[in-house]
Design a protein around this ligand. Structure first.
Ligand SMILES: Cc1ncc(COP(=O)(O)O)c(C=O)c1O
Length: 444
């Protein structure tokens, strides 16, 4: 079997029939750390971050910030890499914000997102002086105005709009339609801006939109930028305010299978930058700071998931020791993946098989119709492009502890998130106490 080059990490190779990532023999890693195991290839990760920064610095004439969208995958080591590579960080919860702080990401480069932020989350973000709170709706704005009313130094705010643009992607990850769950409908924008500029504790920075994830066609991203700039021009005419920042969100797609096109970060940077520059010229607006928020296209390809083959059923099924609790994407929206047998990576593939996850749902099928060499129990399945929206969405379904995450590079492997233990899983479990302890209703 050969590795589709744009789907696997940049360091992935096959030697002596075994898959290597980051200079490490993945068969040995699976033995050392157990399975399921997630690997993160440092070279691929840092390469994508640098590609974003360089491409936007070359393509856009104004100031640019690249923020990593932490929802794709987040832990302290990854946030430290984000800070080392001089990216900002987007967070969606108080705990993600805490991770940003632990990692030393400068708070001025952190944005708090979310459509249902709690007061506690808003208060922490304000107290820690994040660069911007991205306000989703008028009720949130009212709470934020109350929280910030006594601030000496106002809190920066971006207003997220629903630009009424349907992205060409799966409905579960499309977020820009007129009736989408996220963002202010355009009809509510005037009121939101009026309230923001009147609030003594708030400083209006500009507008934000994010129309969805796993986007390949960029026409709708261009259309979103046109809406952002047209709205900014309308607001200037009405309120005399000019945005200092505009953000078209993230969403650039990545290939999961060999038939999908490679991620082209330079082209994305050119298209986004040109669209913003053209629209600003047309509306006679000064170039704002451009903030982009990629998640998937930074971390997906760096990730490889390793599973042990536990058994077979007929010619069709292979059962593995992980599945929907560590990677919900196939069950949630039919996501497809590429895989090889890591311990027999140079053997020819035969008839396609389905890979059944270990969890108690018929829908827990990690891969369908995947051609592999005839597999045996004990073989090691390696799944490519597994870095984004996998571990970050993991659960303890069936009370199975969640896998470890290991950073690999230059032949070294470092655990950056240890495997959960049974004790971790049961730490929140509170047995009945007092008179009910140890009683039974069984009579036989
Ligand atoms: C507001 C916002 N920004 C950025 C992202 C990152 O998107 P992606 O991982 O597709 O780049 C998301 C993801 O859904 C998002 O909701």
């Amino acid at each position: 079997m050969s590795l589709a080059p744009h789907v696997w990490p940049v360091t992935a190779t096959v030697a002596g029939g075994r898959l290597f990532v980051g200079g490490c023999d993945v068969v040995a890693l699976a033995e050392q750390f157990g399975t399921p195991l997630y690997l993160l290839d440092e070279a691929t990760l840092r390469g994508a971050m640098r590609a974003y920064r360089q491409a936007f610095a070359a393509a856009y004439s104004g100031p640019v910030r690249v923020h990593y969208a932490g929802k794709a995958l987040l832990n302290t080591a990854l946030a430290q890499i984000v800070a080392q590579e001089e990216l900002g960080l987007d967070v969606v919860s108080a705990t993600e914000l805490l991770v940003a702080q632990r990692a030393g990401v400068p708070m001025a480069h952190v944005h708090l997102h979310g459509n249902a932020k709690s007061d506690a989350e808003l208060e922490r973000a304000v107290a820690w002086r994040v660069g911007a709170i991205v306000v989703d709706n008028l009720d949130e704005l009212a709470r934020l105005r109350a929280i910030t009313k006594h601030l000496a130094e106002p809190q920066g705010v971006l207003l997220r709009i629903a630009p009424a643009i349907e992205a060409d992607t799966h409905a579960h990850i499309a977020t820009g339609g007129e009736t989408a769950k996220f963002g202010l409908p355009l009809a509510a924008l005037e009121e939101a801006v009026a309230q923001t500029i009147a609030a003594p504790g708030l400083r209006w920075l500009g507008l934000h939109a994010h129309i969805g994830s796993q986007l390949f066609a960029l026409d709708q991203v261009v259309a979103t930028i046109e809406v952002l700039v047209a709205q900014a021009a309308r607001l200037r005419a009405q309120f005399g305010v000019t945005p200092v920042e505009l953000s078209p969100g993230g969403g650039l797609g990545v290939p999961y299978t060999a038939d999908q096109p490679p991620t082209d970060i330079p082209r994305y940077a050119q298209v986004v930058s040109a669209a913003l520059q053209v629209a600003c010229t047309r509306h006679n607006l000064p170039l704002p700071r451009l903030t982009v928020e990629p998640g998937r296209s930074i971390v997906a390809r760096a990730g490889v998931a390793l599973y042990r083959v536990m058994g077979r059923k007929g010619r069709r099924w292979l059962h593995i020791d992980g599945g929907m609790a560590d990677n919900i994407r196939p069950a949630l929206y039919g996501a497809r993946y590429s895989a090889v047998l890591a311990n027999r990576a140079d053997e020819p593939a035969c008839d396609p098989v389905d890979i059944g996850g270990r969890y108690c749902e018929s829908g827990d099928v990690l891969l369908r119709e995947i051609a592999l060499p005839p597999a045996q129990p004990g073989d090691l399945l390696a799944v490519a492009t597994a870095g984004a929206y996998t571990l970050s969405m993991a659960s303890n379904y069936n009370l199975v502890p969640r896998p470890a995450l290991v950073l690999v590079g230059n032949g070294q492997a470092r655990v950056i998130q240890r495997r959960e233990t049974e004790e971790d899983v049961l730490a929140r479990d509170v047995p009945l106490g007092g008179d009910n302890a140890g009683t039974t209703l069984w009579r036989d």
